[in-house]
Design a protein around this ligand. Structure first.
Ligand code: B12
Length: 294
């Protein structure tokens, strides 16, 4: 029985894809929901591209896909981090939260730490989606849909970053006024929580006065972090940093994010430091907490 869409002859229904793979429909469905077989939902039905199906068959020569994650002597090698990243990207783009979470769980079962899920899977997947959007390969709607799923994943992972015990102080974070990106500070918040900080994340488009208000409300303020992802707002950032610094005298103010490309740019915007990768960013904030732990 063919379930091809008249609109796109290269797309198969899930039942036909299952038949071609020689597996039960529910097995093919599981491949899709776990991100192993790329598929797109059209209305109530999953559609599988013939090219993706061919790739899926090619990548599992003569072995059971269900055993992929198992590893161990005599078994197929464990699925790589890169493969998990690619599967996650596909589930994000499909707007499939359950499938995306399935990929995250599979990666953690294979040994990934929650922080690695954020820095080695979710962040690169989102960057790649941004590159594909910039290259004109993806409509902006798909980027929005992927961002919504990414937000849900960050929420689900959040409790895993709770760290009992001694605190290193509070960091106030947010993206600067005019910058609509909220994912970078949401991700950084959890990395900092995992390192023993309390974090108040103010999210996207935060005016300087709100950084100041938030900073005055929290106890043991370690630093304020301003994130800039959109280059188009860079011009106004130095003035915003000045306002925050004036409202919170003596408090370290750091500026970072994807649009702050090097140390010279960070310092020119008024930041007290710069860090290029996630571990260095956490260390940078931690350097202001040293001597104040407890
Ligand atoms: C999702 C997304 C959006 C979503 C935002 C959804 C959301 N809720 O966040 C929407 C659709 C709204 C959006 C809008 C736009 N976007 Co956009 N977006 C992205 C995308 C694909 C992913 C963002 C993300 O989640 N990144 C993953 C995180 C983890 O990124 P990260 O920066 O590595 O995060 C780390 C650091 O920033 C650091 N960090 C964070 N805060 C701080 C603070 C301090 C002090 C320090 C030290 C470090 C630090 O820690 C984080 C964790 O490791 C990026 C691609 C990319 N490369 O990031 C484009 C991207 C950032 N967007 C881009 C653009 C151009 C835009 C628009 C201008 C498009 C337009 N013309 O409308 C608008 C911006 C309008 C505005 N004024 O803000 C460009 C920016 C170009 C550039 N940098 O050269 C990018 C890079 C896409 C691209 N490849 O061209 N976007």
């Amino acid at each position: 029985m063919s379930t091809r869409t008249p609109a796109d002859p290269a797309q198969l229904g899930l039942r036909e894809a299952a038949e071609r793979l020689g597996v039960h429909y529910m097995t093919a469905y599981r491949y899709v929901r776990s991100g192993r077989l790329p598929a797109t939902k059209v209305g109530d039905e999953w559609r599988v591209d013939e090219v993706d199906l061919a790739g899926f068959r090619r990548d599992r020569p003569g072995r059971s896909v269900e055993r992929d994650e198992s590893g161990g002597p005599g078994k197929p090698a464990p699925t790589s981090r890169r493969t998990h990243r690619e599967r996650l990207e596909a589930r994000l783009l499909a707007g499939d939260e359950a499938g995306a979470w399935g990929v995250v769980e599979a990666a953690m079962a294979a040994g990934a730490e929650p922080s690695e899920v954020l820095t080695e899977m979710l962040s690169p997947a989102m960057r790649r989606i941004g590159e594909r959007w910039a290259a004109g390969e993806l409509p902006i709607a798909e980027e929005h849909r992927a961002s919504a799923v990414a937000n849900r994943l960050i929420g689900r992972l959040g409790p895993r970053f709770a760290r009992p015990g001694r605190r290193r102080g509070t960091v106030v974070l947010g993206s600067v006024a005019g910058d609509r990106h909220s994912l970078p500070t949401a991700i950084l918040s959890d990395l900092l929580r995992g390192a023993g900080f309390d974090v108040m994340d103010l999210g996207a488009d935060t005016p300087p006065a709100s950084f100041v208000d938030a900073g005055r409300q929290v106890g043991r303020l370690t630093a304020v972090g301003l994130c800039v992802s959109a280059p188009e707002v860079l011009d106004g950032v130095a003035a915003q940093v000045g306002e925050v610094r004036e409202g919170l005298p003596g408090v370290p103010v750091l500026v970072g994010g994807g649009a702050v490309v090097d140390e010279a740019s960070a310092l020119a915007l008024g930041s007290e430091g710069f860090a290029a990768d996630p571990a260095a960013v956490v260390d940078l904030f931690a350097s202001y907490a040293s001597g104040r732990v407890g």
